[in-house]
Ligand binder design. Sequence first.
Ligand code: NAP
Length: 283
Amino acid sequence: MSATTRTVLITGTSSGIGLAVAVAAARAGWRSIATLRDTTRADALREAAAEAGIELDIRALDVTDETSVAAAVDGVIADHGRLDAVVNNAGAGHLGTLENDSLADIRDVMEVNFFGVLSVSKAALPHLRTTGGRLITVTSVGGVVGQPFNEAYCAAKFAVEGYMESLAPVARTQGVHVSVVEPGAVDSKFVSNIGIDLDVDVSVAADPYSDTLRHYINRTADQFLDGSAQTPAAAAEAVMEVLNADRPKFRVQTSDWARTFVSTKLADLDGSAVHGVTDAWVG
Ligand code: NAP
């Protein structure tokens, strides 16, 4: 690869959407920097790369650790001299409700899903300004529509969307495109990574919400089991469209289901109406 090859850094590539984006980006000719917080867990990533016949640059990056974030971004610049795009994909779900969550639980959710995104974006922006690059964040339909027992997760995703929608016109004055990508249900490790022990958590820890939580879990499990959940590769296609577009939209849903769901809340589906107003505030 030459010094002019466009370079993208993706967070959270041990599984799911991040892994699929890392592979798809390399396939599309990007230098793909696949980061994960524990590089000893890169087997799935390596296997996918071998299967696709592509090369990945695998590096450590924990989005909650500023030293790790700085080391990853500085390392990319030292080795490749450029950064053209970041895909903030790392994230983690959390199931709970206010009465049963501790504030520490809620802060942890914000650390990964909100402050983690800001930490990586802040480190990357000076380099994205140099290349006229793009800053893409995988949020969720839960970044637009609040969902029961996802209070902390949706709050974090709403926060990211609000931050990025506000940042976009400012970044655009420097030639950087900011976008959010909103998946609905995706069949990844997302649900199992929540790590909830249904028998214990639902009957004891969720009191007095146990029955309501069970109802919610059964309904959500059906959505993941009835085949309507997207594959990570399909969700990654939406990220790739943003990555490769000349003028990427601010807000992109990854499926028709996600578009319909989000449209129940938003009239401004692609973000151009809001930015039609706020762009004029900065230039
Ligand atoms: P996933 O398979 O669980 O992948 C999440 C990735 O984030 C994993 O690689 C995980 O790494 C990583 N991660 C977690 N904490 C991290 C940290 N502190 N630093 C760096 N990486 C960290 O789930 P996914 O579905 O692909 O999720 C990707 C994104 O899509 C997330 O932002 C999620 O919120 C969003 N999303 C998912 C769905 C869905 O239904 N799956 C729906 C809407 C939005 P480890 O392996 O080290 O934990």
